[in-house]
Ligand binder design. Structure first.
Ligand SMILES: [Zn+2]
Length: 104
């Protein structure tokens, strides 16, 4: 009886932990630092610790290691707007506007 309850609670705890891990950005995923440039004038905008591979859709602010912009979301070189300030799962981030930035 007691063992049964313990197993039951352990299962619930494991399930909860699993759900919490799903909600967080994966900290174990390999990150690589990439340079982000304005697609129009090639001015560098950020150094960013990007997780995983694939296109740059959004930038979490906490992962930006160097910020070269003077006005948020605007290129310091040509003043064009390249991103929008947003929240991704409650974390402040910039959502990149398609075609405005390039990544190296
Ligand atoms: Zn620019």
């Amino acid at each position: 009886m007691t063992t049964g309850w313990f197993q039951f609670l352990t299962q619930i705890f494991k399930k909860k932990e699993h759900i919490e891990n799903m909600a967080k950005p994966n900290k174990k995923a390999p990150t690589s630092t990439v340079n982000i440039y304005c697609a129009k004038c090639r001015t560098q905008l950020y150094k960013y610790k990007k997780g995983g591979k694939g296109a740059l859709v959004k930038c979490f602010k906490e992962r930006i290691s160097e910020d070269y912009t003077t006005t948020p979301c605007h290129c310091p070189g040509c003043d064009s707007m390249f991103a929008r300030d947003t929240l991704v799962r409650g974390t402040p981030a910039f959502k990149m506007i398609g075609g405005k930035v390039m990544m190296k």
